[in-house]
Design a protein around this ligand. Structure first.
Ligand SMILES: [Zn+2]
Length: 122
């Protein structure tokens, strides 16, 4: 019997950004920072002999270099992130992680405690 599961692991980083495509007087146009959080979600079938899908350590190994590229940076200055909305950031993280993590099913970026964006590669 095959068991399909989704696992997630959460990562944190602090960064500054501004959002150049927002309307002129919008608060997001001003330089500001967030304690960003993102969830890396993988999906697949559990190997019955092992009883697990993937070692969480593999997710950590893939994601840590990405966190290091983002943590305490001004996101707008990072290549590919000149417009660092949560949407673009989710896609940027996806593109960095997918080669190392073929089971990747979603990236969920939480910009604040109450606002998040999920991207699943489409
Ligand atoms: Zn913001």
């Amino acid at each position: 019997m095959v068991m399909r599961v989704r696992l997630s692991k959460t990562f944190h980083f602090e960064a500054a950004h501004d959002l150049p495509t927002f309307p002129d007087r919008h608060k997001c146009r001003r330089l500001h920072g967030h304690s960003f959080r993102f969830d890396v979600v993988v999906e697949g079938d559990v190997d019955p002999a092992k009883g697990y899908l993937i070692d969480y350590g593999e997710i950590k190994q893939a994601a840590e270099p990405v966190v290091n590229q983002l943590d305490h940076y001004y996101l707008n200055e990072i290549e590919g992130l000149n417009n660092p909305t949560a949407e673009n950031l989710a896609r940027w993280i996806w593109l960095k992680l997918k080669p190392a993590l073929p089971l990747l099913a979603a990236i969920i970026v939480h910009e604040t405690c109450t606002s998040g964006c999920e991207y699943n590669g489409k």
